[in-house]
Design a protein around this ligand. Sequence first.
Ligand code: PXP
Length: 254
Amino acid sequence: MTDDLRLGINVDHVATVRNARGGSRPNPIRAALLAVEAGADGITAHLREDRRHIRDGDMQGLKDAIGVPLNFEMAATTEMVTIALDVLPHAVCLVPEKREERTTEGGLDVVGGRAHLEPAIARLRSAGIRVSLFIEADAAPVEMAAKLGAPVVELHTGTWCEAVEAGESERAEHEFQRLRRAAELGSALGLEIHAGHGLDYATAQRIATLPQIKELNIGHFLVGEAIFVGLSEAVKRMRAAMAAGRQGTGQAPR
Ligand code: PXP
């Protein structure tokens, strides 16, 4: 663990590659075990409505095999809540889901979605599952998350990461400051703050400088890096980037 900053590895895209050929390889559970051995504190997987990557059996298999907390990402639908109550992961992260999107494109509409989110959060929490809400880094969703009784919010870092990648430094700085303010507000309201989406070594290092953030969930970049340096090495480099950010030292690995 990097001080008090945990790393959750999202293995969805190991399943994406597996499903491209319809067989059983590469196995996301094997990837999860390797990631844990290399220093991940937890494993994240998103069971989407269309099962495009992770499948129902993967979720149960991960829960049974990994020996570290499983973070089950899902939409707040009746079907998914039923599955989560059956699998009983350590945590559920509620995300918005549109069938046609390539990835989770924005945070949850926690204000407009209150009526269906509140009972889903209550059912999951009553089963002992830690619930987090994946939200935009704005005051209104942070405040509503606290009202809805979610103990954790995961701040959507995708817009910031896109601006960094595009070299739009002014927009990137604006987005980073949004994240900083949301982390400070959420923490002041008693929420545990996580962050994720689109992170790479450099952005993970920068976001790690925010002391309120307790967990990063990272997938696509690391599965891509695994092609070049191997998954264990990619996880180790990510941990080093997070530690450098937390301690305010060093350059992000390349
Ligand atoms: N956190 C949440 C809530 C997500 O939906 C995703 C993408 O599935 C991630 C983190 C990981 O994002 P990425 O794969 O871009 O690292």
